[in-house]
Design a binder for this molecule. Structure first.
Ligand SMILES: [Zn+2]
Length: 249
């Protein structure tokens, strides 16, 4: 019986060992996660933005005279000035020999970059009129230009500060401030601060340049052809110039 018992004991030990080994083998198999499948390399749906995105629009330095941002195609005034947008707009430089830009909300020079975009035609008109004005009045100060349109046009109402604009949506509108009698480079607070002769000369030049409308204030006494020069409220410190759309838009 002893050998049998010994064999039985050995078998029992072997059985325990087998169970232990089996358990030991099974345990890690249950607990350890499956060997991780090699993760697929992320494939970007689009090229990396750093490589594809255009360089951020340069903000012109305060003193230098930056070149306007070159459009990628002809400027297009889409829709109407009061319900439209601007494609391939051009940024009005914040300062040149002929003008400074005026922020009508912060009431300071220069105007913010995102408030001075227009069609190339609008910028050509401003350049030509203000260059002619300074040839005629070499001692006159730079003229203040206020808001044009936003970079892609669209709504420019009081959510963007101040009274906002009902129009100025498609790159055809520009606010031009009347020169002041005291020579200060800021918007006139009262009509009697406006140098009327110089302001009238500016109105005449925009009319001669083919402006569709020049809106002027009720108390500044500025005149012109009735179909173009129109008197409306809220324009006693600036004229609002609207040009016709560029050909093809
Ligand atoms: Zn305006």
């Amino acid at each position: 019986m002893r050998p049998v018992a010994a064999i039985s004991g050995v078998l029992a030990l072997l059985a325990v060992a087998v169970v232990v080994v089996a358990t030991g083998l099974a345990q890690p198999a249950r607990q350890a996660p499956l060997p991780p499948a090699p993760a697929p390399l992320p494939v970007p749906a689009t090229p990396p933005p750093a490589a594809a995105a255009p360089a951020p629009r340069p903000v012109p330095p305060a003193v230098a005279r930056p070149a306007p941002v070159a459009p990628t195609g002809p400027s297009r005034a889409i829709g109407r000035p009061w319900a439209g947008r601007l494609v391939n707009g051009v940024q009005l430089p914040e300062v040149t020999a002929d003008w400074l830009t005026w922020d009508p909300v912060l009431k300071q020079i220069p105007n913010r970059p995102e408030r001075r975009w227009g069609t190339a035609k609008l910028l050509r008109t401003l350049r030509a009129v203000l260059a002619g004005y300074h040839r005629a009045h070499p001692h006159a100060l730079q003229v203040l230009i206020g808001d044009l349109s936003r970079p892609q046009g669209g709504i420019f109402d009081n959510r963007f500060g101040g009274l906002g604009h009902g129009s100025h949506q498609n790159g055809l509108d520009a606010d031009v401030y009347y020169p002041r009698r005291d020579g200060r480079l800021r918007a006139a607070n009262r009509p009697d601060q406006v140098e009327r002769a110089l302001a009238q000369d500016l109105v005449d030049r925009f009319v001669a340049a083919g402006a569709q409308f020049v809106f002027v204030g009720t108390r500044v006494g500025l005149r012109g052809p009735r179909r173009v020069v129109q008197v409306i409220p809220h324009h006693n410190d600036h004229m609002h110039v609207r040009i016709l759309p560029p050909r093809g838009t």
